[in-house]
Design a protein around this ligand. Structure first.
Ligand code: STR
Length: 417
């Protein structure tokens, strides 16, 4: 697609380059093309060239390589002004100073408190609250049934649940959840004009900065307050750093878990024999969660890292200053790692737990355990309450949102049975 917003739009993607479709019309076809393009593939992101890594082993190696950094100032196309804030994907990279954008010792300083707050043990304390949110949303689902019995599982259940959980963790009031849901939907959608996206990011910055100032004046029992409070020996984070971490947590905690829950329900409804196994107790819900994470990853492409030196991968060289994307969907479908049937959903697959959907190395998802707890509560509760749950339309009619980096469904109409 030609992108009128970028200076790079004039350059034709070369032969062998996979053009990533902003409308996400054929995600499986695109994933197969990426896999066929090699271990490292050249991609075109709305007129901007980058590398992507499509294999498990090489992605693992690159994610451990300190020569790849997240600092946008290491990007040649940014330094030269070819990529500007007019590029629709810029918000995925230039997201302010936080644990998402910094490396090395500074990264550890920004991240430690967050990862410590999200260990499986610490999460046990909030399990009852997640169960309560789940029950309330199941009631809401029941009540939202239309005359034809149809209800959208996304907007009434899968979407509000993670927002409530991350809102509680970070101390974001319920009254703001609808606003945040609306803003993130517009942020991720490629149909949103770039001026509008930049405006909403600026509004969100004001919102989060106000929230951090409020918590600084009156700390409460949440992770945002914990990030603000300096502790003996520990170096306090600046206001900008707390704001950056807060917005990273809300954006990541909200958007990715929707995908995990919906994709798991969709996979089970389209593989009724496997749903039967789980309901009969022959396989655990954890097998469904792990196989969904591998097969239908919430994050399709993770933008972006930059080479601070030339890096050789097989026959290719990533030149200093070039950008590298990690294509988690292609990696989950790596036949070299998961076997020749990698494109099949199979909860009994031996490599089911050996996916890399949460990343690897220093930036590995700090919310991984939280998302597993959320899905581990939501999925069994949903199928226990509504054993006759089924899709209200043929599966082929379910569409993806026009979001290039996330794997997100437009809606998920169901009959509760
Ligand atoms: C969205 C915009 C913003 O304000 C802050 C961030 C930082 C964290 C990012 C988030 C982004 C986009 C979705 C990400 C998340 C971290 C994990 C999540 C990339 C850029 C994933 O999809 C894995």
């Amino acid at each position: 697609m030609n992108c009128p917003h970028t200076a790079a739009a004039q350059t034709d993607p070369g032969a062998g380059t996979v053009v990533i479709d902003p409308m996400v019309q054929d995600l499986d076809g695109e994933t197969a093309r990426l896999r066929d393009a090699g271990v490292l593939a050249r991609i075109d992101l709305l007129g901007v060239p980058a590398w992507t890594v499509t294999r498990h082993a090489e992605a693992r190696q690159l994610l451990l390589d300190p020569r790849l950094v997240k600092d946008i100032d290491a990007w040649g196309l940014w330094q030269s002004g070819v990529v500007t804030r007019a590029w629709p994907l810029i918000g995925m990279i230039d997201a302010g100073r936080s644990m998402f954008t910094v490396d090395g010792a500074e990264h550890r300083r920004l991240r430690t408190k967050t990862s410590q707050a999200l260990t499986p043990r610490r999460l046990e304390a909030i399990r009852p609250e997640i169960e309560k949110f789940t029950d309330e949303l199941l009631d809401a689902l029941d009540a939202a049934r239309g005359e034809d019995g149809v209800v959208d599982l996304k907007s009434v259940f899968a979407q509000p649940l993670p927002m409530k959980v991350v809102g509680m963790l970070m101390g974001v009031d319920e009254s703001q959840h609808a606003m945040l849901t609306r803003q993130y939907k517009a942020f991720f959608s490629m149909l949103t004009p770039q001026e509008e996206r930049l405006a909403l990011l600026a509004e969100l910055d004001v919102f989060y900065t106000d929230l951090v100032r409020e918590k600084t004046a009156r700390p409460t029992d949440d992770l945002t307050s914990a990030l603000i409070l300096a502790e003996e020996g520990g170096e306090p984070l600046t206001e900008e750093e707390v704001v950056g971490n807060l917005k990273a947590m809300v954006a990541a905690g909200h958007e990715t878990t929707i995908g995990l829950v919906l994709n798991a329900v969709r996979a089970l409804l389209s593989h009724p024999d496997q749903l039967r196994m789980v309901l009969a107790g022959e396989a655990g819900w954890d097998t469904v969660i792990e196989e969904t994470l591998r097969w239908d990853t919430p994050t399709t492409h993770l933008l972006m890292r930059f080479a601070t030196e030339d890096i050789t991968v097989g026959d290719d060289v990533i030149r200093k200053g070039e950008g590298v994307v990690v294509s988690y969907r292609a990696i989950g479908r790596d036949v070299g790692h998961h076997g020749p049937d990698a494109d099949a959903f199979d909860i009994t697959r031996p490599t089911r737990n050996r996916h890399m959907t949460f990343g690897h190395g220093p930036h590995i998802c700090p919310g991984a355990a939280l998302s597993r707890v959320e899905a581990g509560i939501a999925l069994p509760a949903l199928f226990t309450r509504f054993p006759g749950l089924r899709l209200a339309v043929p599966d082929e009619e379910i569409t993806k949102l026009p979001v290039m980096t996330q794997n997100d469904l437009t809606a998920f109409p169901v009959l509760l049975g």
